[in-house]
Design a protein around this ligand. Sequence first.
Ligand code: DLL
Length: 434
Amino acid sequence: MFQPEYEAMSRDDLASLQLERLRDVLRRVYDNVPLYRKKFDDAGVSPDVTSLEDFASFPFTVKDDMRSAYPYGMFAAPLRDIVRVHSSSGTTGQITVVGYTQVDIDNWADLMARTIACAGGTPDDVVQVTYGYGLFTGGLGVHYGSERLGAITIPISGGNTKRQVQVMKDFGTTILACTPSYALLIAETAQDMGMDVRDLPLKAGIFGAEPWSDNMRRQIEELMGLTAIDIYGLSEVLGPGVASECLEQNGLHVNEDHFLIEIIDPETLQPVPDGEPGEVVFTTLTKQGIPVIRYRTRDVSRIIPGVCPCGRTFRKMERVTGRTDDMLIIRGVNVFPSQIEQVLAGVTGVAPHYQVVLSKRGSMDHVEVHVEVAPDTDFDEVRELETLRRRVGAEIASALAVNIDVKLVEPKSIARSEGKAKRVIDLRDEQGGV
Ligand code: DLL
């Protein structure tokens, strides 16, 4: 353990620490963030809570709150104390900015050192950071944690898969950090290069930022000869480092000294008992730059009851099994179908009827947008159609920062719906993928 004094503290001590920290953060947001002051006043709640139970009557925070405060309206610290900003991987229309003070960056580094240690990492390890560096929190988040742990840190970022394989071999990587889908691509690329990754000194992978299954875990483990560990987080709350699996591989320990977790029923908004699935809600207990109070993540999970044999006392959440909204994660980029719709509305020659089709190509998820052309289109004009197809692809890529294949389809060929339009067609399970 990296910080056993916290990670293995007694539940009673933890509850006192949480209450003390909660009172502090509630007071800070009430004094410094007009949006919270108004929300608390409207709900008739006082920041001076006397028990964790008192907190259940506090209002929730949602992504729209953060959007309406864009860019800095929810910062609780003066801008001169902010030393870093990141943003959620969502793009146009969805972007939110999060700010970190130096204290936040230090805490984050500790939490990510914990995460790597949780996967069995030590200062003797060589960590290949293949998450993207930039506004996305993945790359720099793991980077600082790896340095804090004292491991050798390879800041290679994503892309150039053959080079990833070469570096992994030449630098003696022992821990790989990337999305699970990219781990599979690296494994397959290594095979194509005639290399057996299992012969390399890799021992663990810290994979996250997108949903994945236990089947996929086993497949990666078999191909790479490592222990695949699930790590979870979101930029609004911190980035990676909110929760991570230990070597038991049975649920993710939530860093409860820094985050209060609740699981609620998304319809009634009432807490559900431990063990029951619901929407995950977090309150940050220590963050200074942009604390969040009862933030609704839209991620679905549950608390796994019981004590973990690893010795950590922090409760565990199950791997995230879904979302309560329609957000897709395409190669690590969060995309809402409504964003695609918005782009299509601005392109002449296509109608606003579309579907996002998810399928499997090998081990990778493949995403294709099917778009109806405008009713007066001549389907024999092949060249014109190809130009239009490319234009739609380029518009989507420029607005959403992710390349998505586009297929033009004939007018009226996409099924119309009388209720909610079915925008996302998921063929992955039918294909028997991982
Ligand atoms: O994805 C932070 C991160 C980076 C986590 C690297 C782990 C590793 P965002 O871009 O804000 O932050 O996206 C957050 O991604 O609400 C979940 O829906 C999804 N997500 C993150 N980790 C997992 C995971 C980063 N392990 C959103 N399993 C979250 C399933 C995940 N979904």
